[in-house]
Design a protein around this ligand. Structure first.
Ligand code: KIV
Ligand code: NA
Length: 279
């Protein structure tokens, strides 16, 4: 197995081959994402909501992120792994951020970390990358700052805001990030930001002109209940909820009707033993 490395990703970017990224939250979801050929696997803090049932990402701790990262790392010998630094684990100082990033690498076994923010995070990104830990930036809609942003909404939609988004992406790049996630940005604005940068942009809800795409696995596979809120940009590439629901219902039915377990599932016992028990 040839692992994906930063030079591999840079070559792919230079060759204009879109970079594919997907989240994974545990061992099986990482195994399957890698098997399907994902270049990058992200242990995103979106796991707070989709895997842990929390109401937003602010609740998940670094300890919890590290535990999920560990599970993902046991499956990923090819895909390039990224561990999200959760809210509260990197904003206080570059030193705090580096300590958290080191935990994500040493304990979580991730190859890189991702953190949210633009210019104000430049010094922090520089600190982490200077220690030899690759950083993925994240600008545009930054869910950890949802309350300051006024909720989940499209970003960069005025000249001033788009300029500011571009400055943020450039600052993240200049601070040493090797790629940057652009979330919830109109396609052509994301396209212009992509053109202005020398590092790959990975879009989510940012149209088709970015250097790559990322989605949350549980969203794109349709693993969540059908009435869950789903942003406009999510495409359902699977219907896990229906197929799992169907499987569990059939299990219930077959247990209730005693058609499962059937002969082929049973261990053969010695009739002499049964006879002795009966006597
Ligand atoms: O937490 C996450 O899953 C993410 C991606 C959506 C980029 O940050
Ligand atoms: Na995230």
């Amino acid at each position: 197995i040839k692992p994906v490395t930063i030079p591999t990703l840079q070559k792919q970017y230079a060759d204009k081959i879109p970079i594919t990224m997907l989240t994974a939250h545990n061992y099986p979801s990482a195994l399957i994402a890698q098997e399907a050929g994902m270049d990058m696997i992200l242990v995103g803090d979106s796991l707070a909501m989709v895997s842990l049932g929390m109401s937003d990402t602010s609740e998940v701790t670094l300890d919890e992120m590290v535990m999920h990262a560990k599970a993902v790392s046991r499956a990923t010998n090819r895909s390039f792994t990224v561990g999200d630094l959760p809210m509260g684990s990197y904003e206080i100082s570059p030193k705090q951020a580096l300590a958290s990033a080191i935990r994500m690498v040493k304990e979580g076994r991730m190859r890189s970390v991702k953190l949210e923010g633009g210019r104000e995070m430049a010094e922090t990104i520089h600190k982490i990358t200077s220690a030899g830990i690759p950083v993925v930036g994240h600008v545009g809609l930054t869910p950890q700052r949802q309350h300051a942003l006024g909720g989940f909404r499209v970003q960069g939609n005025t000249v001033g805001k788009a300029m500011s988004l571009l400055r943020d992406a450039q600052a993240v790049q200049d601070a040493g990030a090797f790629c940057v996630v652009l979330e919830c940005v109109p396609q052509d604005i994301a396209g212009e930001v992509t053109n202005a940068l020398k590092i790959p942009t990975i879009g989510i809800g940012a149209g088709n002109r970015t250097s790559g795409q990322v989605l949350v696995q549980i969203d794109m596979l349709g693993t969540r209940p059908p009435d869950s809120f789903m942003p406009k940009f999510v495409k359902k590439f699977g219907d896990e909820w229906s197929s799992s629901l169907d499987g569990i219902r059939r299990y219930k039915e077959e247990v209730t009707s005693r058609s499962y377990p059937a002969a082929e599932h049973n261990y053969k016992g010695d009739t002499k033993v049964t006879d002795a028990l009966r006597a």
